[in-house]
Design a protein around this ligand. Structure first.
Ligand SMILES: *Cc1c(COP(=O)(O)O)cnc(C)c1O
Length: 374
């Protein structure tokens, strides 16, 4: 028998979540954010599953866009950080990509280009994230330069990113939002502003386009419980099995450093999954795990290839029992990657993108654009 660990990817759930993003923003179009190998879910299979549903995709760099084109994806693809050097413009045009422009050098490079097809441009404003984009007072000049160069740039949109759309405190979000509304109105510019939390909970930010990412994979980025988020379906299930069982008296340490000590006579299950697969070594004792669809807890430090769970209250569980580290168990029980992330002092994004290549991905659900079974 092969090592039982795998990541099951539910493409029907991906489509369900994309449809939710559309339903929440009926006047916008949603570009499906597929950067970082579709948040660890597999770039091309996820793009194919959204074909005919998502009118455009977004990635972080030209290399990711090239992989999509090689995978047969013909829809528009936005480069969220634009080009990294002027020489990339040729490929941008040849592959029919759209690009963000966040810096003067990118703008200069585009306008200095020789004859070719104009490239659709999303001009990025730094409205408060202070990472990429033109400062607000310089946006109008950049916008005018692009608008006056129709041979080089077309389909201009104003793009920006929110620093706190997930937070319960909306003060900073409202400050960014007000600045952007004023700019968009003054320029008569269509916008692309909303990430997942804003798509889910800040309808005032919905523009011509939204940019949902993590929500497509079934993770809820919002701090506060939210009716829309409860409709998200997990896409990845990280699944393995119990490969050994230990019966121990009270007072015995388990695993490296003996961090966890049996508080009573205990049954310990050893699971084929460790940090060498991408399961976070920061997971604390008590991190939830599903065994045969029942919640139990991590007991002891995560090792490279294995981790240990408490089976004392699950007498029916033994070697070969199904273990779900996050996602949906065979009995339908769900353990959200967000809950696991909270026990690892991190966010779902790092767990999902952190599943390493040695974990085989298995795809389920129709590969193309099938009707939503839910
Ligand atoms: C990653 C990214 C997104 C998607 O963010 P989520 O929080 O995953 O929805 C949107 N816009 C930009 C510019 C990004 O880099």
């Amino acid at each position: 028998m092969a090592r039982p660990l795998r990541a099951d990817i539910d493409l029907d759930a991906l489509r369900h979540n994309y449809r939710l993003a559309m339903e929440l923003a009926p006047d916008s179009r949603a570009v499906a954010v597929l950067k970082a190998d579709a948040y660890g879910h597999g770039l091309v299979p996820c793009a194919r599953a959204l074909e005919g549903l998502a009118p455009a995709y977004a990635v972080a760099c030209l290399e990711e866009a090239e992989r999509l084109r090689e995978g047969g994806i013909s829809a528009p693809i936005v480069l969220l950080e634009g080009i990294f050097e002027a020489a990339e413009l040729e490929r941008v045009e040849a592959l029919g990509l759209w690009m963000a422009i966040h810096s003067d050098w990118q703008l200069d490079a585009l306008l200095a280009r020789g004859p070719g097809r104009p490239i659709p441009v999303w001009l990025k404003v730094d409205s408060g994230m202070h990472r990429l984009g033109f400062p607000p007072e310089r946006v109008e000049a950049a916008w005018r330069r692009l608008a006056e160069a129709p041979a080089h740039a077309c389909d201009l949109h104003l793009m920006s990113h929110f620093a706190t759309a997930d937070a319960e405190d909306t003060a900073y979000f409202r400050r960014q939002s007000a600045l952007l509304s004023e700019l968009a109105e003054r320029l008569g510019a269509p916008t692309c502003l909303a990430n997942s939390p804003a798509t889910l909970a800040r309808p005032e930010s919905h523009g011509a386009w939204n940019r949902p990412g993590v929500m497509l994979y079934g993770s809820d980025p919002l701090e506060r419980d939210n009716a829309a988020s409860r409709r998200l379906a997990p896409v990845m299930t990280l699944r393995s099995e119990i490969i050994a069982v230990r019966e121990l008296p009270a007072g015995e340490p388990v695993g490296y450093g003996g961090r966890w000590v049996t508080p009573r006579p205990s049954r310990i299950g050893v699971v084929a999954c460790g940090y060498g697969d991408g399961y976070d070594r920061h997971a604390v004792d008590g991190t939830p795990v599903l065994v045969e669809g029942h919640r139990t807890a991590l007991a002891g430090k995560v090792s490279m290839d294995m981790l240990t769970v408490d089976l004392t209250d699950l007498p029916q569980a033994g070697i070969g029992s199904e273990v779900v580290l996050w996602g949906r168990a065979s009995n339908g029980e769900v353990l959200s990657v967000d809950e696991v992330a909270r026990h690892c002092d991190t966010i779902s994004y790092t767990l999902l993108t952190g599943v390493l290549p040695r974990v085989p991905r298995r795809y389920h659900g129709a590969p193309g654009n099938a009707p939503d079974p839910r």
